[in-house]
Design a binder for this molecule. Structure first.
Ligand SMILES: [Fe+2]
Ligand SMILES: [Fe+2]
Length: 170
């Protein structure tokens, strides 16, 4: 699924009053699918990796800014959130290592570990963090955070599109 199709589906969901958890779970599914695509193919694929990198960077930034920030000072969610920040940093480190390496076997090995790390992180979010977060946030909060998250995502994607068109031709 292209990034545009994905955004369209999420926006339709927003219209039916999605919570931030509905949106994040949809993104988890898409990102995990992309990771599996590399792992199953048996080789590194730059285009798939770039899709993961873009989608997951926006996903993590949005979670941190609009969701984690609301949960990190609540005793019920604090340690799960602090752990989740660490897992995000770990993913960013692996992503930057993949970018830096020019050895295709190393890139493939690291991309597989990135997929496993994302699987683990997403499982903790869905099974533990989101469940507890539901006690901390009101229904209205959950819908408001979804709208903020999507507005930011749209802005990041249009910023990237503008950058791509203004980049000098190679
Ligand atoms: Fe996350
Ligand atoms: Fe997530």
């Amino acid at each position: 699924m292209s990034m545009q199709e994905e955004v369209k589906r999420e926006q339709e969901k927003l219209m039916d009053n999605a919570t931030i958890f509905d949106i994040l779970k949809m993104e988890h599914k898409d990102i995990k699918k992309l990771c599996r695509q590399i792992a199953d193919s048996g080789r590194y694929q730059d285009n798939v990796f770039n899709d993961i990198k873009t989608a997951f960077a926006i996903h993590m930034a949005g979670e941190e800014r609009y969701l984690y920030s609301r949960l990190e000072n609540n005793a019920e969610t604090r340690f799960l959130v602090l752990g989740a920040y660490e897992e995000h940093d770990l993913c960013r480190k692996i992503i930057s290592d993949i970018d830096k390496s020019s050895d295709m076997d190393i890139k493939y090995a690291k991309a597989k570990v990135l997929g496993e790390t994302i699987d683990m992180h997403v499982k903790v979010e869905e099974d533990n963090l989101f469940k507890r977060a539901r006690h901390v946030l009101s229904d209205e909060d959950e819908r408001e955070i979804a709208r903020q998250f999507m507005a930011e995502k749209m802005q990041s994607l249009s910023g990237m599109a503008a950058e791509a068109t203004s980049a000098p031709a190679m």
